[in-house]
Design a binder for this molecule. Sequence first.
Ligand code: NAD
Length: 440
Amino acid sequence: MTSAKAILIEKFQDKSARVAVVGLGYVGLPLAMVFAEAGFEVIGLEIDHFKVSSINNGDSYIQDVPAEAVEKMVKAGRLWASSDFSILHTVDAVSVCVPTPLRKTGDPDLSFIVSACNSIAPYAHAGMVVVLESSTYPGTTRELVLPRLAGTNGLDVGEDIFIAFSPERVDPGRTDWTTRNTPKVVGGISENCSDVATAWYQQAINSVVRVSSAEVAEMAKLLENTFRMINIGLVNELAIMCDRLGMDVWEVIDAAATKPFGFMKFTPGPGLGGHCIPIDPLYLSWKMKAFNYNARFIELASEINTNMPRFAVSKIQDALNRVGRPMRGSHILVLGVAYKPDINDLRESPALDVIHLLTRKGVSVEYHDPYIPQFSHDNWQMESVPDLHQAVKAADAVVIITNHSAYDYPAIMNEARLIIDTRNALGACGGRHNAKVVRL
Ligand SMILES: NC(=O)c1ccc[n+]([C@@H]2O[C@H](COP(=O)([O-])OP(=O)(O)OC[C@H]3O[C@@H](n4cnc5c(N)ncnc54)[C@H](O)[C@@H]3O)[C@@H](O)[C@H]2O)c1
């Protein structure tokens, strides 16, 4: 009798496999598109009805995924979305791309993974592969996903059903490295699981890097993000030290970056944002607590990064003092609220902390962001000012939080009365030597 593994691998190779992606967000929609464009029929399973109807109408709500591309796949019958998981009866391969945030207590919130697995479980069947893509601590796939999908229903993992982890590395807003051409790490619960998951992803992703276990794949993702978090923490502390020493941190970093080997350039800022870098390493430190181990680098970098909005606000206060303006009652325009340049994602953005801290100090705050026309957060709502130039001229100080490339920085420098530049956005246009510019 032909094994479930052999049948699945053949279905991947001839593209007759039916694929589902659970969670059509920043990660899931680009992944669904990559599978659809590779020739598979892809079903997006999503609890958000707006996203389901957008996809079925051939529309996109993710900046990196053009609506025309979605429309093309929908019209070709290779992509459609639903909230009804019973379709999984007929599906061969499932990728799970649901959120992994932190709880208010700072502990991992795995409820989305648990709920997605509970929705898949009634339809788990022999000849199915399930790959978890959500960033999480090592052990999640084996401890949380496996028991929900195999065992109790008589399915034998590695023989009937195949379970693996493959971290998502997509960097929203990036066009050179995308879901398709970024090498994809895959690690299964067993050798057979790795064989099947690798055979599937190889059909759609340019390069698949197979590792020996799901845990190695989970840990590799956390290493990547912890590496970034700690290096950002290091340059943020360097910025604080340079400030005390009266030195220009940007000049120091640029000088060090001329070394052709052994140095990688990271830049400071008003804090760490986004859905991944500030959060994922805390999944690892949480896991290590169960092993009675304190992940000191992670805790320290997190503490420094979390305090950066306060440091930015103290720089704003000093800058206003210097021109004889008390902070209370002043009027400040924040430029850029997205967590990084040229994207429309506000999650964990340090701009939120900076605006909140300024408001608490009696500052009247407005913002402008070409990518985020309005937002609501913790019971407050704001709208981007309609006329940027007018707002720049009217503000007592302009604070650059996110260095979107769409801004005309020489014009802003010309029109503003005082600028606090937390990203060195004005470095290239003479900000360093301009008396009304204060840099982080
Ligand atoms: N955004 C990034 O840049 C990025 C990069 C690499 C890895 N990741 C990781 O990928 C995972 C997903 O992140 P994201 O940014 O795509 O999140 P997201 O919030 O943009 O998307 C998640 C989607 O899952 C849906 N969802 C939640 N529970 C569901 C369920 N039970 N069934 C079906 N759909 C459900 C949500 O409605 C949402 O549309 C996270 O673990 C994140 O850490 C994100």
